[in-house]
Design a protein around this ligand. Structure first.
Ligand SMILES: NC(=O)c1ccc[n+]([C@@H]2O[C@H](COP(=O)([O-])OP(=O)(O)OC[C@H]3O[C@@H](n4cnc5c(N)ncnc54)[C@H](O)[C@@H]3O)[C@@H](O)[C@H]2O)c1
Length: 244
């Protein structure tokens, strides 16, 4: 039996790195990709012989095509695609530049779409595959994110559309929507602001990158069947909304 080939974008650090580590521990051959070449290479080296790294900016159509060409040449298949690469450029709409709107949509939404477009024919021909898109609880709405929120809402919709288009080929497409995850971004917040955020969580706690990786591992697991087009929230219950 060949190992499952799992391709993860934005895998150099943070949630993407935790996903790569977890899928490697699950027995996959992990193909890490990131636009940060030196960090990506260091992460792949740290994971060890189950990992390899190929640089790619997901917003660049030619680089995405080249990445899939390389992976196909090396492995001849792709079993799991995790679209994790993402950025924020927050500001209230009256202060947001159209360049910051375009860039967030280009990376978070079009980047995932470009990756899915390359993966789709490969997975259709295999008659198997898993696509897991990293959305965000923020698609439900956060002030200051009129670029990021729609990009992640687009990811939820893309997931549903592709589940319909690929279901008959036995390719399952799902999304994972993290909430407040304890990453350097969160650690950089003012202590009072991060305490308010923690108090607003039903669990009164933040998640870890490994909690997101756990959900991805479940959706990538060959034993997980008959779930497609869904968005799993890993957010300590924040998406429930009222009643905190
Ligand atoms: N951290 C959170 O609390 C949180 C919450 C909800 C959703 N998310 C989502 O999870 C994903 C990962 O977030 P994170 O906190 O680990 O972010 P991070 O900034 O720590 O890591 C993102 C990685 O993506 C890479 N990247 C950025 N732009 C890229 C591009 N154009 N092409 C290829 N790689 C690119 C970066 O180099 C980096 O290695 C993102 O999609 C983010 O929107 C994060």
């Amino acid at each position: 039996m060949h190992p499952r080939i799992a391709l993860i974008t934005g895998a150099a650090r943070g949630i993407g790195r935790a996903i790569a580590e977890r899928l490697a521990a699950d027995g996959c051959r992990v193909v890490l990709s990131d636009m940060d070449g030196s960090a990506g290479l260091a992460t792949a080296t740290a994971i060890g012989s189950a990992a390899e790294f190929h640089p790619c900016d997901v917003a660049d159509e030619a680089q995405v095509r080249a990445l899939f060409h390389t992976v196909q040449q090396r492995h001849g298949r792709i079993d799991v695609l995790v679209n994790n690469a993402g950025i924020t450029r927050d500001a209230m709409i009256w202060k947001m530049s159209s360049a910051d709107f375009d860039q967030v949509i280009a990376v978070n939404l079009k980047g995932a779409w470009l990756m899915c477009r390359e993966a789709a024919p490969i997975m259709r021909a295999q008659r198997s595959g898993r696509i897991i898109n990293i959305a965000s609880r923020g698609w439900l709405g956060n002030a200051g994110q009129s670029n990021y929120g729609p990009s992640k809402g687009g990811i939820v919709s893309l997931t549903r559309v592709l589940a319909l288009e690929l279901g008959r080929s036995e390719v399952l497409v799902n999304a994972v929507a993290p909430g407040a995850i304890d990453t350097p971004m969160l650690q950089a917040m003012e202590p009072q602001a991060s305490e308010r955020l923690r108090e607003a969580q039903p669990t009164r706690s933040f998640g870890a990158a490994e909690d997101v990786a756990q959900a991805v591992s479940f959706l990538a697991d060959p034993r997980t069947r008959f779930i497609t087009g869904q968005t799993i929230y890993v957010d300590g219950g924040k998406s429930i909304g009222a009643g905190v």
